[in-house]
Design a protein around this ligand. Structure first.
Ligand SMILES: CC(C)(COP(=O)(O)OP(=O)(O)OC[C@H]1O[C@@H](n2cnc3c(N)ncnc32)[C@H](O)[C@@H]1OP(=O)(O)O)[C@@H](O)C(=O)NCCC(=O)NCCS
Length: 191
């Protein structure tokens, strides 16, 4: 069982903050190719992440990081987009909100999964400082699986960020120039 301090002994179930936002894709959302702008979907994802996180936290929340944004399939004008959000993990003041996005063609009834992304949000108190969030009551095996996956993802991300930081710190341009061989770039300078 997870350990908790007395002040953390307040828990809210995943179902308390589960949120779905459905929006019709109108023509003004389209890009020059006639498909929905990625930015429109990102904005809707940020909205639903906020609603879900704020409901769990009982506080104002801010977006810190966004992971796993891959637009797998284009969304068309006229489709109904639903964004289903739930809190997958909570730390002390941060929450990870998982968002599944589907687009439905109301005429044909076909439904496509366009992406699943993860928003890290932090709750803020009246003083604008990070504020403690309630613990999470895992109601189903899926809730537990998502919490465990979030822990693993957090660990992998921290490792890879550290690794990349070291690469950046020690990167010797001259030594790495051969890695450009075979890449689609050309050098317009000399060292
Ligand atoms: C996010 C923010 C609150 C962090 O403030 P801070 O004083 O550095 O706070 P802390 O170091 O105590 O971190 C608070 C929590 O955020 C988490 N966090 C901070 N940076 C993070 C990052 N890059 N990725 C994931 N989590 C992060 C910490 O792990 C901590 O989580 P925990 O309390 O659950 O352990 C602050 O940087 C901020 O307000 N950023 C602007 C956010 C914003 O305005 N977003 C809107 C888009 S512009």
């Amino acid at each position: 069982m997870p350990t908790s301090t007395p002040e953390q002994d307040f828990f809210r179930p995943v179902s308390h903050s589960r949120t779905t936002l459905t929006e019709l894709m109108i023509p003004s959302y389209a890009n020059f190719g006639g498909k929905i702008h990625g930015g429109i979907l990102l904005s809707l994802m940020d909205k639903v992440a906020y609603a879900c996180a704020a409901k769990h936290a009982g506080n104002y929340c801010v977006t810190v990081t966004v992971d796993g944004v891959h637009f797998l399939q284009p969304v068309e004008v006229g489709e109904l987009v639903s964004l289903m959000a739930s809190v997958n993990y909570v730390g002390k003041t941060s929450l990870l909100v998982g968002i599944k996005v589907i687009a439905e063609n109301v005429k044909s009834g076909s439904v496509k999964h366009t992406n699943t992304s993860y928003f890290t949000m932090v709750a803020k108190g009246e003083d604008d400082k990070p504020a403690l969030v309630p613990g999470l009551t895992l109601e189903t095996p899926d809730d537990a699986r998502r919490f465990i996956e979030a822990l693993q993802r957090k660990e992998i991300k921290a490792r890879s960020e550290q690794e990349f930081k070291e690469i950046k710190t020690h990167l010797e341009l001259q030594q790495h120039l051969p890695t450009l061989d075979g890449q689609r770039c050309q050098m317009a300078f000399s060292l």
